[in-house]
Design a protein around this ligand. Sequence first.
Ligand code: FES
Ligand SMILES: [Fe+2]
Length: 438
Amino acid sequence: MPDGSLSAPGLAALVEPGRVHRRVYTDPAIFELEMERLFGCSWLYVGHASQVPNPGDFITTELGRQPVLMTRHHDGSVRVLHNRCTHRGVKLVAERSGNRKSLICLYHGWTFDSDGTLLRVPVDEGCAPGFRLCDFDLARAPRVGIHRGFVFASLATSGIEFDRWIDPMRRNIDDIVDRAPGGEIALDCGVHRYLFRGNWKMQVENVVDSYHVPFSHASTVNRQGVQFSRREGDREGAKVIEGSRTATQWKQRRGYAVGYGHGWTSNTELNEDARSSPAWNEYRQALAAAVGEARAEQILAPRMHNSMLYPNASFMGLNMHIRVIKPLAVDLTEVNVYPIRLVGAPDAINVRNTRLLNVTHAAASFVQSDDVEAFGRAQAGLASRASEWIDISRGLGREETLAPAPGSGEPPVLAGPSTDEAIVRGQFKAWLSYMCAA
Ligand code: FES
Ligand SMILES: [Fe+2]
């Protein structure tokens, strides 16, 4: 690697307006820097509060590659703690989820409360003079932010405030949560987990990429060019292909790059009048009973397909789930897909959503497996030195700039067809600002 290639000018040279250097996907040194400067500083999705409903509940996860715990403390609050014993550094909790009255390290038995407080150490007469329990609490994530049960943390003590960072995506989160007659969602229907041999950014880009769908997922559309139904009550899904070309309806989807690397794509219009099934009708009634007819109609008007909370989580409005993207190595990524349960909706609605995800987003499903294959081939192709550059120029220069609401302080939105690559360019803009902010 040439000297200075990881300096700010060296990194800036990797991202041009319509293309990025292949090293951003292949260079282990850049990956290490991403873990430090991007995942070590930005706000990251940790989990959903519904995963720890009771005092003592926990989940374990990683922020970047740092192991953390999300717990429900006995005062009802949700805590984000480093999963590292303060004695000799052992990972405190190995399970992915569970409930414990206290967290006991398997090595020498140091015992912590669910807020990270060190409660006791065995054989305490052996402690060094001046040893104080309070100096050995678990390290806590310095900043935690929660919106509608979505829990985020930053491992940095300073940086953009949570409210500013989440504001452009708040409405999209509300869009999903408001669909629940009970006013909240729960991630308690299991998880699909897959690993792929590719860089984490491939998945981050893919969730807001409508360009690939008619090709990568061609095997899931019928002779009329229509994909199978992915929502309860629909007889069929969106028209994806017309003859041998991408369907007009598909090309009318919109993409929005909303700042901080976040972005989302709108839905493809489906026939809302024809949407009907006993479960769907029962659900509409339950929602209308909870929020009124007019509000229920607003909530049920489809607006969004996928939303990407840069850099590590996305959620989908069509068949509802939250997806968490975990970089493991420069060419290895883990993805966890959690079905969303709408609290207060009829069981049939939630069961059907989960079943649809088995078909679309499990590791061996009809849709996700196509993407995983594409990611692996992309990583393999990037080993080629035939070109050093990756093109992301679709729609460059013809994005529509939407001014933010006056006084909102939000960044302007770049909008265009979701088959364009404006959101990916927005991601790299954010990437560069983190990577060069040393
Ligand atoms: S390493 Fe945890 S108690 Fe010793
Ligand atoms: Fe896909």
